[in-house]
Design a protein around this ligand. Structure first.
Ligand code: SAM
Length: 286
C-alpha cells in the first residue's frame, strides 16, 4: 500500500498523493509544517495538512499571480509579497526587469528555512539583491506603510480555522493594503477554490469592490489544488488587469497574453459568487 498523504477537500472528498519520503515534519508557532516527496509532483510543502505548493506544478499559480499584474501595471517597480514563504512567487516577480525591489513579508521563518532546504527551484531568487525578506505578520507590517508600493501580492494560506491567513481576508487588512499602495497601485490575492470554498471568493470580492474602483477575478488550473480550478481576486486604484501590454515570458510554461485574457472569462457557476458590478465588469469584450 505504501505511504500516502491525504488532504480533505471537503468532508466528502479526499485527495491523496503517493509519498516516496517524508522530508520534514515540524511545528512552528503558527502551523504544522511538512515537506513530502510525492511520486507525482516531487517535493511539496504542506501547512496544517493542506497542500500549498509542489515542485511539479507550482509554476502555474506563480506565473499567473505574477505576470497578470506585471503586464497590466506600466511601472511595477516596488512589489510587496505577503506570505509566499516558499519563494516561488518572488522568483517569478523578480524575473521581470521592470521590478526594482521586492519586499516579502512571511510570518513563519520555518517555512522559509524548509523551502530553502527542500524546494530549491522555488527559492532560486532568494539571493537576488532586489529581494528583502521580512519575517512578520503582513497585517502588522502594513500598519505604518503608506503610498509606497505599486503591487501588493497576497500569497497566503487559506482563511481556515484560526490559521495566520485569516486576518488577511478582513476589511481592515484590505484598508491597509489600499493605504500602502500608490495612487495607481493594484493588489492581487489568492481567493481559493470556487468549487469547495465559494464563500472565500464571495467575501473577498464583495469587500474589495467596496474599497477599490476596479475589482476583477481571474482563474487558473492547479492540479494539486482541490478540483484544480483556482481563483485570484484583484483590487486596483486605476489600471484594469484586462487592459495590459502583452509581455512575452520566455521561461513561462503557463502564462501567455492569450492565457491572460482567457483567465478573465468566468463560467456562470463562478461568476454567480461575485457582486453584480464585478460580474458586469467581467463582460467587458475581450
Ligand atoms: N501558494 C499557496 C496557496 O495558494 O495556498 C500559498 C503558499 S505560501 C506557503 C503561504 C504562506 O502564507 C505561508 O508560508 C504562511 O506562513 C504565510 N502566511 C499566512 N498568514 C500570514 C500572515 N498573516 N502574514 C504573513 N504571512 C502569512
Amino acid at each position: 500500500m505504501g505511504l500516502w498523504f491525504t488532504e480533505e477537500a471537503s468532508p466528502h472528498h479526499l485527495l491523496q498523493w503517493k509519498v516516496k519520503r517524508l522530508l520534514f515534519s515540524g511545528r512552528s508557532p503558527y502551523q504544522t509544517v511538512e515537506v513530502v516527496d510525492t511520486e507525482q509532483f516531487g517535493p511539496s510543502l504542506v501547512l496544517d495538512g493542506i497542500m500549498q505548493t509542489t515542485q511539479g506544478d507550482e509554476y502555474i499559480y506563480h506565473e499567473m499571480m505574477a505576470w497578470v499584474p506585471l503586464a497590466a501595471h506600466p511601472h511595477p517597480e516596488r512589489a510587496l509579497i505577503i506570505g509566499g514563504g516558499d519563494g516561488g512567487l518572488a522568483r517569478e516577480v523578480l524575473a521581470s526587469p521592470a521590478v526594482k525591489e521586492v519586499t516579502m513579508v512571511e510570518i513563519d521563518a520555518m517555512v522559509i528555512d524548509v523551502s530553502k532546504q527542500f524546494l530549491a527551484s522555488h527559492t532560486a531568487a532568494f539571493a537576488d539583491p532586489r529581494l528583502q525578506l521580512v519575517t512578520a505578520d503582513g497585517m502588522e507590517y502594513l500598519a505604518d506603510v503608506e503610498d509606497y508600493f505599486d503591487l501588493i501580492l497576497v500569497d497566503c494560506t487559506d482563511p481556515e480555522g484560526s490559521g495566520p491567513g485569516c486576518v488577511l481576508y478582513t476589511e481592515a487588512f484590505h484598508r491597509r493594503v489600499h493605504k500602502a499602495l500608490k495612487a495607481d497601485g493594484l493588489f492581487i490575492q489568492q481567493s481559493g477554490s470556487p468549487t469547495y470554498n465559494p464563500e472565500v471568493l464571495q467575501a473577498i470580492s464583495a469587500d474589495v469592490t467596496q474599497q477599490f474602483p476596479v475589482c476583477r477575478v481571474y482563474w487558473c488550473v492547479v492540479p494539486t489544488y482541490p478540483g484544480g480550478l483556482f481563483t485570484f481576486t484583484s483590487g486596483s486604484k486605476q489600471y484594469d488587469l484586462l487592459d495590459f501590454t502583452p509581455v512575452t515570458v520566455p521561461h513561462a510554461r503557463w502564462y501567455t497574453p492569450d492565457v491572460h485574457r482567457a483567465a478573465f472569462a468566468l463560467p456562470p457557476v463562478v461568476a454567480q459568487h461575485l457582486p453584480e458590478s464585478v460580474r458586469t465588469g467581467q463582460s467587458t469584450p475581450l
